[in-house]
Design a binder for this molecule. Sequence first.
Ligand code: 4AD
Ligand code: MG
Length: 482
Amino acid sequence: MSHSIIKVLTMSPSQDVVAVRGWVRTRRTSKNVSFVALNDGSTIKNLQLVIDLDKGFGLTEELIAKVTTGASISAKGRLVASQGSGQAVELLVEELEVNGIAHPDEYPLQPKKHSFEFLREIGHLRFRTNLFGAILRVRHSMTFAIHKFFHDRGFFNIHTPIITGSDCEGAGEMFRVTTLPPQNPPVLEDGSIDYSRDFFGKATNLTVSGQLEGELAAMALSKIYTFGPTFRAENSNTSRHLAEFWMIEPEMAFYDLKDNMDLAEEFLKFLIKFALENCADDLEFLSARLAEENKSRPQNERDEMTLLQKLEFVLNNSFERLTYTQAIEILMNCNMNKKKKFQYPVDRWGIDLQSEHERYLVEKHFNRPVIVTDYPRANKAFYMRANEDGKTVAAMDILVPGVGEIIGGSQREERYEVLKQRAAEFHIPEESIWWYLDIRRFGSVVHSGFGLGFERLLMFISGMGNVRDVIPFPRTPKSAEF
Ligand code: 4AD
Ligand code: MG
């Protein structure tokens, strides 16, 4: 039985034989002794193997020659106290097998720094780097922590459909799902495609959000959450947008907007705390990486805090809460705006907040996470509850330093007539959401929910600047290779 390296690194020197397997990170050879750094992904740390040809274990130079960066090997031996610094124990190898060689002239990953762009081009191999190992272990821990957070608070996980006939966000940026032949689809008299002859007997698409279905479940189980893939065909090639991303969407009956904000803040803090407590080695590595990157930035763009300090800071301080109207006042009167330094000037109430405005609020003005509420009704989705002022809706966006919007949510419109009216204003065909309207006729109640972008969360926790580097297989415009 072989041990994972994370386990071996906690063991003490002994006469027991220990077996390990993994991939070679580096090998250094001097005279008859080779030192191999072995990694099996269980931890960011490598196990040092010592292969000494003079110890009489029958190991040959010919075999050692195959132990190159990227090769897969199995080794057996005894743990001894390490001579070098950096590790307590090392494995004195007695048996060695090369499972799969990695031709040194062709293996693209070398023990040196590679650019993120290059690593994206070798997406099948980038898992082997310290960086992606760290990110994917943190990603796993966050998945686990999300389920734990909700489970411990009496929420139920609901699987909402991936193929839907409705457009939750009303943005119309959807991937169509069809089995109609692309060359000659059936058409109606007016020349438009006849989707009644499509697989589902109607036009369908990949979901942009599980919220509408989640609300139905919350109207029976009280507190639910979804955690699934969502798809958006927005052709925006930014460092924060993916065409396929994962979203966590809790939905709670009997919660108003304030309850919703409290839950969202508690949720984010729980996840940060969980990461700090359970991913210490990986976060230290990511923090050091960011510190290094920071040094290469111009003086005025450098972070004052390390990644770990930033996470601690967010954990220990309350989020700033303000309305959209207050945010506009701050932005209108700030020096950036007066000196015309924004690409989109803030000149009136009602404009969409651009990411430069969000960043100003979060990074310059408040310097902490911010919850902006009560946006103009025209700027937000039809399902958000209309406020009494007739101008705004009970929306909330959570913005965090370095990432911008991480959560979007709202109190939902629970009044049947008002919701019907709002859907009509947004030209949403009633037949596509009749069931969503209908639930308001039977035991309707105040309820709220939000959506956390999983990759945006990971950007925040890992300090990575591009959303493509926190998901194993990014899907972006013109890119779906692996
Ligand atoms: O603000 P959004 O569009 O809200 C909804 O979809 C609601 N139905 C959520 C709800 O109330 N249940 O998206 C929610 C979050 C955003 O705040 C952002 O973090 C993330 O999803 N997000 C994206 N992440 C990566 N790539 C994209 N293209 C994203 N679009 C949104
Ligand atoms: Mg949003």
